[in-house]
Design a protein around this ligand. Structure first.
Ligand SMILES: Cc1ncc(COP(=O)(O)O)c(C=O)c1O
Length: 477
């Protein structure tokens, strides 16, 4: 058995150049990855050469003591789930920077701004004033009342505090909603490109993700006819995300109305409306909450949070609003897993909601900066031959179609086959970390996060263009 383990480990390094790109975090020494030196302490990788995972998973502890064998096998549920590529690439790029490699990180879905001072002060005061204890499972009444006011004034949807569940980030709100409403065999309808976690969350609930592709030429918006043709009696949950991660598309109200009319014809179908990028939107685009449409309140689970608009990713605070029956079910899951969210973050969230309409001046200043960056990137990449762009109307991502570069051969690297190898090439050649579109269900594209200063983006564009130019020649000759 020990031999099996040894042969598994020795083949890990052979997998480095491909698997490591999307693998776990890195240690501190150096190892070669293309022309970049990568740290050498390897993460534990799934080993393709281990024929029987069950057999290979049983390992005798190597020590001077006689210890029982440990069964390292994992549940089929966790084995069915893919790790998040965005988290993996972000961690990897961070580790490279720590190892002294000047990587420009444009992979993270995280604003580069600090949390606005008034919010941070509220958090500090919360600690000073002793708000450091457990809160009610659903969140403090104070924050839930503030959320209800916000939803009424900004979104035109009425909830009582008992229809609100505050969680440790919108991510928790979404997984709990999926777990609460989906039964094994149910279908979760997800337009692609999608946020990486939706299909995996469906799988965690033993439900089946049904992916509906959209077109860049249609600004990545769902075609209502396609939706209608895919709905069955097993369809339980439609997940909408507007403004979208990864495309930045914003669903216009009339399209949402068409979708609502289709949804209304399917009694089993609920809608999870992920509105976490709501405030990061570029006029004249406007945000419509799906629950505000006629007949949709009863079947919509609205998710929002503080991470993006308020630059509060580390505070971990999000929420779900919906009919009490569903919200209570989500609360039950939360009560047996994490309980109430951080007391300090809830005080900070009250301050965030007190900043004014749509986050007031501090959020408007961030949105202005995001808009300038979007304009810069759209202009810069539009100058490149063979790329297709749909101008984002919100969020802070650009999802660019680079597929005309696929098939090109890069000297010393090999063939650029797909979005993953193009990202690997760009990390290798230009030291810019981006996320391959296949992580979001669209292999033609690459996601660029513009949550970085204009100067950083200028440097990144220069490096990317330089790395792409020999490829362009290769494609066009
Ligand atoms: C579309 C979308 N929904 C939800 C989340 C989760 O946000 P958080 O858990 O930080 O509130 C993210 C974070 O990247 C996101 O992009």
């Amino acid at each position: 058995m020990a031999n099996t383990l040894q042969s598994c480990s020795s083949s890990v390094s052979n997998l480095v150049s491909k698997s490591r790109f999307l693998g776990g975090d890195l240690g501190s020494e150096s190892r070669c990855f293309g022309s970049i030196s990568f740290p050498s302490k390897l993460p534990t990788l799934p080993n393709k050469s281990c024929k029987s995972t069950r057999m290979a998973a049983v390992v005798k502890a190597v020590s001077g003591f006689d210890q029982p064998e440990v069964d390292l096998s994992l549940s089929p549920r966790v084995n069915s789930v893919k790790p998040s590529k965005t988290v993996a690439i972000t961690d990897q790029a961070t580790a490279l920077v720590q190892a002294g490699i000047p990587v420009i990180r444009l992979a993270a879905g995280e604003p580069d701004f600090d949390t606005p001072v008034a919010i941070a002060e509220a958090g500090i005061n919360a600690i000073r004033e002793g708000y450091t204890r457990y809160t009610p499972n659903a969140g403090t009444l104070e924050v839930r009342e503030a959320i209800c006011r916000k939803l009424k004034e900004e979104n035109g949807i009425s909830y009582t505090p008992y229809q609100i569940l505050v969680s440790n980030g919108a991510k928790q709100s979404i997984i709990q909603a999926v777990l609460a409403v989906c039964s094994p065999g149910d279908e979760v309808i997800i337009p692609a490109p999608f946020w990486v976690s939706y299909p995996e969350m469906a799988r965690l609930a033993d439900a089946t993700p049904v992916i509906l592709p959209t077109l860049i030429s249609e600004n990545f918006l769902l075609d209502p006819k396609l939706l209608e043709s895919k709905l069955t009696e097993r369809s339980r949950l439609l997940i909408l995300c507007s403004p979208s991660n990864p495309t930045g598309s914003v669903y216009p109200k009339n399209l949402l109305e068409q979708i609502a009319q289709i949804v209304a014809r399917h009694p089993r179908l609920l809608v999870l409306s992920d509105e976490i990028y709501e405030h990061i939107i570029y006029a004249p685009a406007t945000h419509t909450s799906f629950a505000s449409l006629p007949g949709m309140w009863e079947r919509t689970l609205t998710v929002n949070g503080f991470s993006k608009a308020f630059a509060m990713t580390g505070w971990r605070l999000g929420y779900l609003a919906g009919p009490k029956h569903f919200v209570s079910a989500c609360g039950k899951i939360q009560s047996q897993s994490t309980s109430g969210a951080c007391s300090i973050s809830q005080k900070a969230a009250v301050a965030a909601l007190g900043l004014g309409y749509a986050g007031g001046e501090p959020v408007a200043a961030m949105v202005k900066a995001f808009r300038e960056r979007r304009d810069f990137l759209v202009k810069s990449f539009s100058e490149l031959d063979g790329v297709k762009i749909s101008e984002p109307k919100g969020a802070f991502y650009l999802f660019i179609d680079f597929s005309s570069y696929y098939g090109a051969e890069a000297e010393g690297f090999g063939i650029i086959e797909n979005s993953e190898s193009l990202c690997r090439y760009l990390l290798d050649q230009s030291q810019v970390a981006l996320v391959p579109g296949d992580a979001f269900g669209d292999d033609t594209c690459i996601r660029i996060s513009y949550a970085a200063s204009l100067t950083t983006l200028q440097a990144a564009v220069e490096r990317i263009k330089k790395a792409l130019s020999p490829l362009r020649r290769a494609v066009h000759v």
